[in-house]
Design a binder for this molecule. Structure first.
Ligand SMILES: Nc1ncnc2c1ncn2[C@@H]1O[C@H](COP(=O)(O)OP(=O)(O)OP(=O)(O)O)[C@@H](O)[C@H]1O
Length: 237
C-alpha cells in the first residue's frame, strides 16, 4: 500500500492558543515495515492516527492507495487496522470469543460461521481455551494478543500499531513483536523499543511535531540518540 501525506499539518485549539501537533509534512510510505520513533509528546501518535483517519489533517491530505482518509474514511478504516498501546481501549465485549466476533460482524453475517471464524482466530493466537473467559481475566500480554487478533480478523492491508509492547514484559513483548513482524501486511510501528526499530526497513524520527530524520534504522537511531544527548536533561515539555 502507498501511504501518502501531502502538505499535512495538524493543529488543535487549546486555552493557550493553537498548538501544532504536526508541522507541514509531505512524504510517501510504501515500505513493508516502517517505524516511528521520538521522545514523549513529539507527535508520533498524531502521525500514526492520521494514517487511518483517527486524526484528520488540519491542512493537506492523507491518502491510502488513493483513498482519502477524510472523504473515504470507512474504506480507509477497513484497509488500515489500528492497534492501541492499551488493549483495554480495544477490548469491549465481555468474553474473548465475543470480542473477536465483534470484529467480524461486518464481514461475516452468519452468526454460527462468525463464531467458528472467531474461534479459529483465538486458536491462531493460542487463546482458544479462553474463548468464554472474560477479557478482564487475561494477562496484559494475552489482552494485547487478543486486541491484535481482533484487528487481524478484519484482514486489513496495513497494520498501524501505537506502542503495542510498551505495557508488556520482555516475554510478551517478544511474542507480540514476533506476531507483528510475521505479518504479511504492511506494518507501521510506533515504538520506544530500539530492538524492534532495528527490524524495520525505514524509520522516521519525530521531534517537536516534525519529521527530523527519515532513513535506515541504524542511522535513525544514531540521529535520535544524538538529539537526546544534545538536549538539556530532564523530560521535555
Ligand atoms: N487533542 C489534543 N489536544 C491538545 N493537545 C494534544 C492533543 N493531542 C495531542 N496533544 C499533545 O500533542 C503532543 C503530541 O502528542 P502525541 O500523542 O502525538 O505524542 P507522542 O509522540 O505519541 O507521545 P508519547 O510517546 O508520549 O505517546 C503532546 O504534547 C500531546 O499532549
Amino acid at each position: 500500500m502507498v501511504l501518502r501525506l501531502d502538505e499535512v499539518s495538524v493543529s488543535v485549539e487549546t486555552p493557550d492558543g493553537d498548538l501544532t501537533l504536526l508541522h507541514p509534512t509531505t512524504l510517501t510510505l510504501s515500505e513493508r515495515r516502517i517505524a516511528l520513533i521520538g521522545g514523549n509528546g513529539s507527535g508520533k501518535s498524531t502521525f500514526a492516527r492520521l494514517l487511518n483517519g483517527l486524526v484528520e489533517p488540519t491542512t493537506g491530505r492523507v491518502t491510502v492507495d488513493e483513498l482519502d482518509t477524510v472523504d473515504d474514511g470507512a474504506a480507509v478504516r477497513r484497509a488500515v487496522g489500528f492497534v492501541f498501546t492499551d488493549p483495554g481501549a480495544q477490548l469491549v465485549m465481555p468474553t474473548c470469543l465475543e470480542d473477536v466476533a465483534l470484529s467480524l460482524r461486518r464481514s461475516v453475517k452468519d452468526r454460527a460461521r462468525r463464531r467458528r471464524e472467531a474461534l479459529d482466530v483465538l486458536e491462531s493466537i493460542g487463546l482458544a481455551d479462553k474463548a468464554d473467559v472474560s477479557v478482564h481475566a487475561l494477562s496484559g500480554g494475552q489482552k494485547q494478543m487478543l486486541a491484535l487478533a481482533g484487528v487481524l480478523a478484519t484482514r486489513p492491508k496495513v497494520v498501524v500499531a501505537d506502542e503495542p509492547t510498551t505495557l508488556l514484559d520482555l516475554r510478551n513483548t517478544r511474542a507480540v513483536a514476533d506476531r507483528l513482524f510475521s505479518l504479511t501486511q504492511q506494518l507501521v510501528l510506533v515504538t520506544h523499543d530500539l530492538e524492534l526499530v532495528a527490524r524495520c526497513d525505514r524509520v522516521l524520527v519525530i521531534d517537536d511535531a516534525r519529521v527530523t530524520f527519515d532513513g535506515a534504522p541504524a542511522d535513525a537511531v544514531a540521529h535520535y540518540r544524538a538529539s537526546v544527548d544534545g538536549a538539556p536533561s530532564g523530560p521535555s515539555a
